[in-house]
Design a protein around this ligand. Structure first.
Ligand code: ADE
Length: 230
């Protein structure tokens, strides 16, 4: 899978993909992440301007359509993209089903907004979907693109091994993950639940399922409403 990220702050995206699962995905040739500096597509070669004042006035600059159209034309001439995603707080809220769906695609573009956002015509004519990572406003779309890339990249077949399988993640079955413990058995009198020490895997699986349901009921009861098994 290939993800092209378009940004005015490429420096912000140096690092997030060089560690842990995303590094593994890239090392194994399962994921390619290419970060593009939008300023290189500015029509203004001297100042490399990519934003301008808003028509109608008001504070804040708006990202111009032309540099965005230029880079998208170059990218689209090289391969077919499944989605061109604009990262925006007004987008479709990211959840596990959306990450699952996007992980099945081959080529994605993520466009990071800045300042007051992009000229509305970019949203109307150039992007195919908008994604938000939560109901809060970030100073730009870069960290959101990194989050979305991580959520997608770890799902690619061959990235996780059995132990870290995405199938046991919270949300994968609309349930939160059960609690986990490691050594020591007793820390300050805080004990590991005895069932986990029995070696009885039937019992342990049962306990974990109960704990998942309990935790979901206590913390995110609305998830159970959408669970066909409940
Ligand atoms: N850009 C600014 N805030 C954002 C958010 N919550 N999600 C995605 N992109 C954003």
């Amino acid at each position: 899978m290939r993800i092209d990220i378009i940004t005015v702050l490429p420096g912000l995206l140096q690092g997030p993909f060089d560690h842990s699962m995303l590094k593994r995905a890239r090392d194994r040739g399962l994921l390619e992440v290419v970060v593009h500096d939008l300023r290189e597509y500015s029509t203004d070669t001297r100042h490399r301007q990519v934003d301008d004042y808003a028509y109608g006035g008001g504070a804040g600059m708006v990202m111009m359509i032309e540099p965005i159209d230029r880079i998208l034309k170059v990218l689209r001439s090289q391969r077919q993209y499944d989605e061109v995603i604009y990262m925006s707080p007004d987008g479709l809220l990211l959840n596990q089903p959306l990450a699952n769906r996007l992980s099945l695609t081959k080529n994605l573009v993520m466009l990071c907004g800045h300042y007051k956002g992009v000229d509305e015509r970019v949203r109307e004519h150039l992007v195919t979907m908008e994604v938000s990572i939560g109901d809060y406003v970030l100073s730009g779309g870069e960290l959101a693109a990194a989050v979305l890339t991580d959520a997608i990249g770890r799902l690619l077949p061959g990235v996780l091994n059995d132990e870290t399988s995405a199938l046991s993640d919270s949300f994968q079955d609309n349930l939160l993950a059960p609690p986990v413990y490691t050594r020591p058995v007793d820390y300050n009198g805080w004990l590991v639940p005895p069932v986990l020490l029995t070696g009885d895997h039937g019992k342990i699986d049962h306990w974990r399922m109960d704990q998942s349901r309990l935790r979901t009921q206590q913390r995110r009861p609305e998830l159970l409403q959408n669970n066909p098994d409940e």
